[in-house]
Write a protein that binds this ligand. Structure first.
Ligand SMILES: [Zn+2]
Length: 229
């Protein structure tokens, strides 16, 4: 893939390449997906976050994106579903002891080492290199291979013990079909959160509550309901 001069290949260089290369280099695509921020296209570095659709980002790039909405136009749909920092989860990744890409080289520009994953599954030891399916839990951010989650059936996180439900499991860099499912789940989750807010307004207010509070609640109810449409 070139880059023998020791430069860090940018994501777009890896993904797009020259037009004459008709067959998309699958390996290059995997390297890009698993090692580069979806937004800034910089190499991933902690703190690393993931969205509800399972894409990886540098946290600072997401913050910058949220602060500067003009960037949204330039980047198209890639992150339009991220409306708040609460929409992403900071990941707890397990370092791969066999990965030496950054050692003695703070720029981490040893391209060959990108083939060796920086992170592994803490349960079964699979490398997070794009060849195995990996998931994270929305409740705690811990990252595992799908195999670990399937083999060891549990309702609590293997690493930190946090309770989780199926809805909390997000496949990282999944297939088109995975992303469709995740998108539906994301939309349902957001609608549910809005409905919960509406229900809160319905909570009976104490008989002693002064009149203006009741009026304020009615106005808020209609405001929320409009937001649902
Ligand atoms: Zn956990």
């Amino acid at each position: 893939m070139g880059c023998d001069g020791g430069t860090i290949p940018k994501r777009h260089e890896l993904v797009k390449g020259p037009k004459k290369v008709e067959k998309v280099d699958k390996d290059a695509e995997l390297v890009a997906q698993w090692n580069y921020c979806t937004l800034s296209q910089e190499i991933l570095r902690r703190p690393i976050v993931a969205c509800e659709l399972g894409r990886l980002y540098n946290k600072d790039a997401v913050i910058e994106f949220l602060l500067d909405k003009s960037a949204e136009k330039a980047l198209g749909k890639a992150a339009s579903h991220i409306k708040s920092i609460k929409n992403v989860t900071e990941l707890r990744l397990s370092d791969n002891p066999a990965w030496e890409g950054d050692r003695g080289n703070t720029k981490g520009d040893k391209h060959d080492d990108l083939q060796r994953a920086r992170f592994i599954c803490p349960v079964v030891g699979l490398e997070m290199n794009g060849r195995h399916r990996f998931c994270f839990l929305r409740c705690c951010g811990c990252v595992f291979s799908e195999r670990a989650l399937k083999e060891i059936k549990a309702e609590v996180c293997h690493t930190c013990g946090a309770a989780f439900q199926e809805d909390d499991v997000i496949v990282l860099n999944g297939t088109k079909e995975d992303v469709e499912v995740l998108k539906t789940r994301m939309e349902e989750r957001r609608l549910r959160a809005k409905l919960e807010k509406v229900m809160e307004v319905f909570r009976p207010c104490p008989a002693s509550a002064p009149e203006p509070i009741a009026k304020h609640q009615t106005a808020r109810y209609w405001q929320l309901l409009r937001g649902l449409q």
